[in-house]
Design a protein around this ligand. Structure first.
Ligand code: IPM
Ligand code: MN
Length: 359
């Protein structure tokens, strides 16, 4: 298959981890006889330093002309520490999600059996955890009108949702649940928020078309608690932009490290693949960041194009690295393996896996 992939390394550890994902995609090309081309473009603080704009027009054009986008991470301490900054690196990512209409973020939370001991939860609680968060990605409080009073003492962020925005992601979440364990949990604050009540109304109506799926509602505070107490109870979680952001970090932490989990940001016309985690600028350039979330994002990209065997080869190679303790310090504090050594091991194992099959 020919695929034209845009690479957006971004800020912080983004370039280092993305480079490992590209190694793995190249290993897949070599092993399975595909032809991927890569075009790099700038976004975030890096782009702001070059052009003043966190999402340059050229970057958007390159993304629109590609089959898929592989994203690194975004944000730097320079802007995190400056509440008065008028333009922020993160706006580049948010604008890109909006411009490409990537309304659904699919975030699988699954524990690797080899990492049971790394979870902050007790083994018997985390064992068997396998759920997926459908996070609405282009609406809600992230994108509502923002205001700051002239004297700078009052601020507001509008949280708004329309029926169209809710129903399109709800259909995707129901379809996913139908093909999994047939359970859909909507996370909201319907006891407080009008938007949550609208979500409930629309989702329960759509639920009538998916009779095989058991639908339940959970308030967000309770959901955060349930993820700690009994994460196995979940199959598909459907939620808005802000709750989805929060719960997905929680989900990755219970799997042993924030550096592990990938996501797919999907719209009707475009698809982007990105780690759950942030830019972790503190360790930028030190070759210690965990590349696995980025590598697994590449696997999700392959799945998106039906290259399931190829995606599986990546997952098997990641699993092998973890089983052999070839991992970065977040997983294994005594490790001498850095970001690129872990990437080398995993990509080499993708190539070797095919040789194993041939002999
Ligand atoms: C994520 C990130 C982003 C978000 C940031 C970087 C804007 O935390 O993808 O989860 O909040 O959506
Ligand atoms: Mn987040």
């Amino acid at each position: 298959m020919n695929l034209n992939i845009t690479l957006l390394p971004g800020d912080g550890i983004g370039p280092e981890v993305l480079a490992q994902a590209v190694k793995c995609l190249q290993a897949v090309e070599e092993t399975f006889g595909h032809n991927f081309t890569y075009t790099e473009a700038s976004i975030g603080a890096v782009a702001m330093d070059q052009t003043g704009n966190p999402l340059p027009e050229e970057t958007l054009e390159i993304c629109k002309n590609s089959d898929a986008i592989l994203f690194g991470t975004i944000g730097t301490l320079k802007y995190d520490d400056n509440p008065d900054a008028k333009v922020r690196p993160e706006q580049g990512l948010l604008q890109l999600r909006m411009d490409l209409n990537l309304f659904s973020s699919i975030r699988p939370v699954k524990i690797f059996p080899t990492l049971l001991e790394k979870s902050p939860l007790k083994k018997e609680i985390i064992l068997g955890t396998d759920f997926v968060i459908y996070r609405e990605l282009t609406g809600g409080i992230y994108f509502g009108e923002k205001k700051l009073s002239a004297d700078g003492t009052v601020a507001s962020d509008l949280c708004q949702y329309s029926e169209r925005e809710i129903s399109r992601i709800a259909h995707l979440a129901f379809k996913a649940a139908k093909n999994r364990k047939q359970k859909l949990t909507v996370v909201d604050k319907a006891n407080v928020l009008e938007t949550s009540r609208l979500w409930r109304k629309i989702v329960s109506k759509i639920g009538e078309s998916y009779p095989e799926v058991t639908l339940e509602y959970l308030l967000a505070d309770n959901a955060a608690m349930q993820i700690m107490l009994n994460p196995k109870q979940f199959d598909v979680i459907l939620t808005d932009n802000l709750f989805g952001d929060i719960l997905s970090d929680q989900g990755s932490a219970i799997c042993g490290s924030k550096g592990l989990l990938p996501s797919a940001s999907i719209g009707n016309d475009y698809a982007m693949f990105e780690p759950f985690h942030g830019s972790y600028t503190q360790v930028q350039g030190q070759n210690i960041a965990n590349p696995i979330a980025s590598i697994l994002s590449a696997a999700m990209l392959l799945n998106h194009f039906g290259l399931n065997e190829e995606a599986q080869a990546i997952i098997v190679a990641v699993d092998k690295a973890l089983r052999k303790n070839i991992s970065t310090k977040d997983i294994n504090p005594a490790s001498t393996y850095g970001t690129s050594q872990v990437g080398d091991f995993i990509s080499q194992n993708i190539i070797d896996s095919e040789e194993d099959l041939n002999f």
